[in-house]
Design a binder for this molecule. Structure first.
Ligand SMILES: N[C@@H](CCC(=O)N[C@@H](CS)C(=O)NCC(=O)O)C(=O)O
Length: 228
């Protein structure tokens, strides 16, 4: 059970989150919303059968998407994290120090850029006509960087898990799951502990229940009711 408060919004409506359980971008958004305690309506979707309401809000068609109460649409997972934690950050995931915040954002950028590129070309090598071994090796450069950070602190930027850990962890999980046995044999001891702590932790597990895909005659499903 996550230790958090649910914020009561001043009006009746609440933000709407479109999500897909297995998407790592959606996972990071759900973890930040869970940490913030913001209440919102949850709509689980299928990527192969996207509801028209979702596409009307965000024609680019990727999850996560959050529609705020004033109608603003957040279409990037990092924006969802920063919005949620900007509203309420009881677990102190966002650093107050600007330099630290920039370092975190730049590591997340590397994860979303180079690392994700090599992860996709390793995991879906056939789809890209790529050499999986080559991309696996290149992805390891980033993982070694994480290992070095984790050798000085238990988490990427200190003694506590923060924005960067939660933003990056779902992609390391995806990389690890591509060939778990090989991954488990890698000499990255700190990274193994870090990953396993997240996999077994409350924050991640609270946002992983299986939900039925949303249809527009469903009653409102509240975040705090499904992700506990
Ligand atoms: N840059 C976006 C990427 C989101 C993304 O690519 N999500 C994938 C699922 S993991 C998606 O929705 N793909 C659309 C599709 O497969 O149709 C973000 O950070 O939110």
């Amino acid at each position: 059970m996550l230790n958090r408060k649910v914020i009561k919004m001043s009006d009746q409506s609440m933000p709407t989150l479109y999500t897909f359980r297995r998407c790592p971008y959606a996972m990071r958004a759900r973890m930040a919303i869970a940490a913030s305690g913001i209440e919102c309506e949850v709509r689980e979707i299928l990527l192969r059968d996207k509801p028209e309401e979702f596409l009307a809000a965000s024609p680019k068609g990727t999850v996560p998407v959050v529609i705020l109460r004033d109608g603003e649409v957040l279409e990037q997972s990092l924006d969802v994290m920063l919005w949620a934690l900007g509203e309420n950050d009881p677990l102190d995931w966002l650093p107050v120090d600007n330099n630290l915040r920039s370092s975190m954002l730049s590591l997340i950028d590397e994860a979303d850029g180079d690392f994700k590129h090599h992860l996709d070309h390793y995991k879906y090598a056939n789809r890209y006509g790529a050499d999986p071994e080559d991309h696996k090796d290149q992805a390891l450069v980033f993982l070694r960087k994480l290992e070095a950070l984790l050798s000085t602190n238990p988490f990427l930027f200190g003694a506590k898990a923060c924005l960067a850990d939660h933003a990056i962890f779902p992609f390391v999980r995806q990389f690890a799951n591509t060939d778990r046995e090989w991954f488990d044999g890698l000499p990255l001891p700190k990274l193994h502990v870090w990953l396993s702590d997240f996999l077994n932790g409350d924050v991640f597990n609270s946002v992983m229940p299986k939900l039925k895909p949303w249809t527009n005659d469903d009653p409102v499903l509240k975040f705090s009711e499904v992700y506990v």
